[in-house]
Design a protein around this ligand. Structure first.
Ligand code: FEO
Length: 388
């Protein structure tokens, strides 16, 4: 396991998690990486670590450059264990190293994770001289935990951004000009939708905080390092955090005997007839983290469920629970609920209630059809959408 020199004297010493397929319910089809960076200066500094399960791998990469016992400082930009989990194994090699973490939330919580070590809390405006370089600390609370921070090195024009701007994307390549741009940006969008969408307001603030920095490289905590497309990823973060949407629709449903599915297809066609591109997702066949990625940038959302034992389908409940958790409650989505039922029909109202709890506007009254949709009932759905 070799380190990769990303700038003179600065090495990627992270871990590639090729087989990761589930990150807190987020389907990570392309795996991930936990990026850590080693800076060789008068004070040898490690920025972030990796999951504990990979501590051998990170130590091996560090050892390909220096003896880990020589590390003076460890910067913990974020306490979540995918970035901090190897701290104990690394500290076992360099027991006198100092650990820098964000004040107050990192400093308050880190002893509960890793016990009594030499911690220093840093706040906005603080910096650390490591020799020929300086590290400046920029707290970015809730991107993605209260303790999250960026570390900026002005001499190298590198922003070590941890979760922000990252992607769950395992690759042997390290830089954005070495991988397919569309795949990279899709994974960055999926990451924002599934990890950061709830924190739009904090993302906007973080963008303001770095707006005046001279940035040549964004060294992320996951996936690929940005050096060519920095303006593009920052522009997209501005769009995503500003809740900019396109005039497009997402239709999500589950169905037992195809009646709700027939309604879903009719709704999709009706949007297309309104010149609104629409995409249909059956929850039995599509992962909720992929659907949420589409919802991030599309204006309309229709959610359908038949009634099963007086409730919505568990697949629909799971999707709406996930979406509600990620919704910052000020999203401008235009939504409605639909579904077929045999007798009670409670599911459609339940779906509508959940859409309201997401903070979305109800664009159409809920649409319920008893038993199998008749032709005139489907025509009425189409007309309702066309005339809205
Ligand atoms: Fe990649 Fe919030 O940890």
């Amino acid at each position: 396991m070799q380190a990769v020199e990303i700038k003179k004297g600065i090495y990627w010493v992270g871990v590639i998690d090729w087989n990761l397929r589930n990150f807190h319910g987020y389907q990570t089809s392309r795996g991930s990486s936990y990026n850590a960076y080693l800076i060789l200066d008068e004070k040898i500094t490690l920025i972030d670590t990796a999951k504990d399960t990979f501590h051998d791998e990170i130590l091996e990469r560090i050892s390909s450059v220096i003896d880990p016992a020589k590390i003076d400082y460890i910067i913990c930009n974020h306490l979540e264990q995918d970035h901090s989990g190897s701290i104990p194994s690394i500290m076992a090699k360099c027991p006198n190293a100092k650990i820098y973490t964000c004040f107050p939330n990192g400093l308050k919580n880190i002893p509960k994770f890793y016990g009594d070590l030499d911690y220093t809390g840093v706040k906005a405006g603080d910096s650390l001289n490591i020799g020929s370089r300086t590290l400046q600390f920029i707290p970015v609370p809730m991107l993605h935990w209260p303790d999250s921070m960026f570390t900026y090195c002005p001499e190298e024009r590198i922003l070590f951004s941890n979760d922000a701007f990252g992607q769950h994307f395992a690759s042997v390549q390290r830089f954005d000009d070495q991988v397919d741009f569309n795949v990279l940006m899709y994974e960055a969008k999926k990451y924002y939708a599934n990890i950061l969408m709830l924190y739009d307001r904090q993302a906007k603030k973080a963008l303001e905080d770095v707006a005046n920095l001279d940035i040549e490289t964004i060294a992320t905590g996951h996936g690929i390092i940005w050096r060519k497309h920095i303006a593009k990823i920052i522009a997209n973060y501005k769009k995503w955090s500003a809740d900019e949407t396109t005039e497009e629709a997402v239709i999500v449903y589950d169905s037992m005997w195809h009646s709700t599915e027939t309604m879903a297809k009719t709704i999709t066609e009706a949007f297309v007839r309104r010149n609104i591109p629409a995409q249909l997702y059956d929850l039995k066949e599509n992962h909720i983290s992929d659907i949420v990625t589409e919802i991030l940038t599309k204006k309309y959302l229709a959610v359908g469920s038949p009634t099963l034992n007086n409730n919505m389908m568990p697949t629909v409940a799971s999707f709406l629970c996930y979406l509600k958790g990620l919704s910052p409650k000020n999203k401008s989505r235009l939504t409605f609920a639909f579904g077929s039922y045999g007798w009670g029909g409670q599911s459609i109202g339940q779906v509508e209630d959940e859409l309201k709890k997401c903070g979305f506007s109800i664009w159409l009254d809920k649409i319920s059809i008893k038993n199998i949709p008749a032709k005139d009932e489907l025509t009425k759905i189409t007309e309702t959408i066309l005339q809205k």
